[in-house]
Design a protein around this ligand. Structure first.
Ligand code: B4P
Length: 192
């Protein structure tokens, strides 16, 4: 199995690049944001709980997300590898993922960290809000909150994987295709 994490702040392009990466490398895409939005659209109990956090720019509680990831993983037993997009977002989630992968006798190979400055992130997300219909996109105050939550709760995840020497920083501004090429260069070197 070849498992990758695409890491970065909200709006850094994780979803955009993940779609291209899973197509090129045949990995299974595990986006906790997409899974949560599906639950919200279907108004499941999990979705109703998640909405109350997402709409305020907060993270969904760890136990909810970790359970969802474990069951998605079990539904894809024959996967050649996973692309984790937007997961893990806390150190507790990272530790849970390590335990899960350990049980399956596999591990994370690479953490690709998309670096984008905050003004550009807000600009992108406010722009996305005009067409996405996403309840967490429309309000600039919610965007600022999401960036603050990222700095406090998610950024420590980069340090967690840095200790394992798995993080590669990628310049996340420029065209989508240029950024995609930078990501592929790193993956190709690692998987040779
Ligand atoms: P996510 O769905 O993961 O999404 P995101 O962080 O908002 O955006 P992403 O980085 O994927 O950016 P995108 O490609 O869309 O999370 C949503 C929410 O769900 C979280 O805030 C949280 O509440 C909850 N959640 C998810 N996972 C969780 C977890 N593990 N634990 C707890 N809670 C969790 O790009 C953004 C915009 O920029 C798009 O409009 C795109 O077109 C544009 N763009 C992309 N690349 C560009 C480029 N190179 N130049 C210009 N624009 C670009």
């Amino acid at each position: 199995m070849f498992n990758l994490i695409l890491f970065g702040p909200p709006g850094s392009g994780k979803g955009t690049q993940s779609d291209k990466l899973v197509e090129k490398y045949g990995l299974v895409h595990l986006s906790t944001g997409n899974l949560l939005r599906k639950e919200m659209a279907e108004k499941t109990p999990l979705g109703i709980e998640a909405r109350s956090f997402i709409d305020k720019g907060q993270l969904v509680p760890d136990e909810v997300v970790i359970g969802m990831v474990d069951s998605y993983f079990d539904q894809h037993k024959d996967a050649p590898g996973f692309l984790f997009d937007g997961y893990p977002r806390t150190v507790a989630q990272a530790a849970a993922l390590d335990r899960l992968l350990d049980l399956k006798k596999t591990s994370i190979e690479l953490v690709l960290f998309l670096q984008v400055d905050e003004d550009e992130l807000i600009r992108r997300l406010v722009h996305r809000g005009k067409t996405s219909g996403r309840s967490d996109d429309t309000d600039e105050a919610v965007q600022r909150k999401r960036q603050e939550v990222y700095r406090n709760e998610t950024l420590p995840v980069a340090a967690y994987y840095d200790k394992q020497e798995k993080v590669v920083n990628i310049h996340g501004t420029g065209t989508v295709d240029d950024i995609f090429r930078s990501l592929c260069d790193v993956i190709d070197k690692k998987s040779k």
